[in-house]
Design a protein around this ligand. Structure first.
Ligand code: AMP
Ligand code: TRP
Length: 337
C-alpha cells in the first residue's frame, strides 16, 4: 500500500516554537521520503469563534510559514481545508461511526471546554472526527504531530478500524502517529508544566516564529527557572520542568541529543544555558523569518500555492469519498437527460 503523510496546523494566531519543533520541522524532513499533504485546518479553527478577517490573514500566514520552513509546494500539497468539501462530508459520515463515549474522553476537549461544557460548540466536541476525516480522506498512513495530538490519532485509528469492521472492508489504513525529535512537547517559558500554546494570554510564555532576535533573547532571559544549578544527568531533571524544557529546546535547536545537552551545561547556572539558547534560537530562526516576511509581502504567491494545492487535494480526495459512499450504500444517481 502506498504511504502518504498528512498533517495540519490551525490558523488561530501566531505559530510558535512548539508548532515548529513538534510538527513543521519534522515535515520538512519527511517530505524527502513520503508523498505529503500539509493542511491549514481552518475548519478546525472555527470550533471556537474566530474573527473572519483574522482567520483570513492567519490562513495565509500559516501557509507562508510552511513555505518559509522549507516545505516544497511543487512536490507536495499545501492547502486550506475548507476548500476541499470532502473534509466536512467525510467528517459527517465519521460522526456516525465514532461513539460519544470515545469523544468524551478526549483531554483536549475537556481542557478547551473548561468547566462549562454545555456552552462549548458541538464542533469542539466533534473536532477529533474532523481530524480523522482529514487524514482518512486521503488514506493517510503517517501523521507527524506533537505529543498533544497522540490521543486524537489513537481515536482516528479506532474510527478507521470501526468503519472497516462495520462494513467488512479494508477501506481505510490505520494511520500511524509520528512523534519525532527531542521537543515533542515544548512547554511554556513561564510555567514548565503547561504546554506552549497560541492561546496562552502572556506572549512571554512562547517564542513566536515572527519574534525578532531581541524579543527572542528577552523572552529567554525572562523564562522561569529554579534556584539550582543544572544537573549532570537526565534523571536530575525529574521535578525540574523548567530545566527540562529549556534543555529540550536547546537540544532540538542545536540538533544534539538530550544527553549531550545535559552534559554541556552540567553544574552551570541557568544564565549560561539561556545565553546559548538565545544564540541557537536566533541563528536557527532568523533565515526562516526573513523568508516568511518576504512571503507575507507577496500575497499573490501564497494564494497561488494554496489554490494549486486545493486542486490537487480535491483530485486525491474525490475517489476516496466516492469509495466510502459506495461502501456505505449511498446511491449515485445518474444525471437525467
Ligand atoms: P495547533 O497549533 O494546535 O494546530 O498544532 C499544530 C501542530 O503543532 C500539532 O502537530 C501539534 O501537536 C504541534 N504542537 C502544538 N503545540 C505544541 C507544543 N507546545 N509542543 C510540541 N508540539 C506542539
Ligand atoms: N488537531 C491538530 C492540532 O490542533 C491539527 C489537525 C487537524 C491535524 N487535522 C489534522 C493534525 C490531521 C494532523 C492530522 O494540532
Amino acid at each position: 500500500m502506498s504511504e502518504r503523510v498528512f498533517s495540519g496546523v490551525q490558523p488561530t494566531g501566531n505559530l510558535h516554537l512548539g508548532n515548529y519543533l513538534g510538527a513543521i520541522r519534522n515535515w520538512v524532513t519527511l517530505q524527502n521520503t513520503y508523498e505529503c499533504l500539509f493542511c491549514v485546518v481552518d475548519l478546525h479553527a472555527v470550533t471556537v469563534w474566530q474573527d473572519p478577517a483574522k482567520l483570513r490573514s492567519s490562513t495565509r500566514e500559516v501557509a507562508a510559514a510552511m513555505l518559509a520552513a522549507g516545505i516544497d509546494s511543487e512536490k507536495h500539497i499545501i492547502f486550506n481545508q475548507s476548500q476541499v468539501s470532502g473534509h466536512a462530508e467525510l467528517a459527517w459520515l465519521l460522526n456516525c461511526v465514532a461513539r460519544m463515549g470515545w469523544l468524551g474522553r478526549m483531554t483536549q476537549f475537556k481542557e478547551k471546554a473548561g468547566k462549562d461544557r454545555e456552552a462549548a460548540s458541538v464542533g469542539l466536541f466533534a473536532y477529533p472526527n474532523l481530524m480523522a476525516a482529514d487524514i482518512l480522506l486521503y488514506k493517510g498512513t503517517h501523521v507527524p504531530v506533537g505529543e498533544d495530538q497522540k490521543q486524537h490519532l489513537e481515536l482516528a485509528r479506532d474510527i478507521a478500524a470501526k468503519f472497516n469492521n462495520d462494513f467488512g472492508t479494508e477501506t481505510f489504513p490505520l494511520p500511524e502517529p509520528l512523534i519525532l525529535g527531542t521537543a515533542t512537547r515544548v512547554m511554556s517559558l513561564k510555567d514548565g508544566t503547561r504546554k506552549m500554546s497560541k492561546s496562552e494570554p502572556s506572549d512571554l510564555s512562547r517564542i513566536n516564529m515572527t519574534d525578532d532576535a531581541d524579543t527572542i533573547a528577552r523572552k529567554i532571559k525572562k523564562a522561569k527557572t529554579d534556584p539550582d544549578f543544572l544537573p549532570d544527568s537526565i534523571k536530575g531533571l525529574e521535578s525540574r520542568p523548567e530545566a527540562r524544557n529549556l534543555l529540550g529546546i536547546y537540544a532540538a535547536l542545536a540538533d544534539v541529543s538530550m544527553e549531550a545537552a545535559v552534559a554541556t551545561f552540567a553544574g552551570q547556572q541557568f544564565s549560561v544555558l539561556k545565553d546559548q539558547l538565545s544564540d541557537v534560537a536566533v541563528a536557527h530562526l532568523a533565515p526562516m523569518q526573513d523568508e516568511y516576511r518576504r512571503l507575507l509581502a507577496d500575497k499573490g504567491h501564497v494564494d497561488s500555492v494554496l489554490s494549486k494545492g486545493v486542486e490537487r487535494a480535491r483530485t486525491l480526495a474525490a475517489p476516496v469519498l466516492r469509495e466510502v459512499q459506495d461502501v456505505m450504500g449511498f446511491l449515485h444517481a445518474k444525471p437525467s437527460r
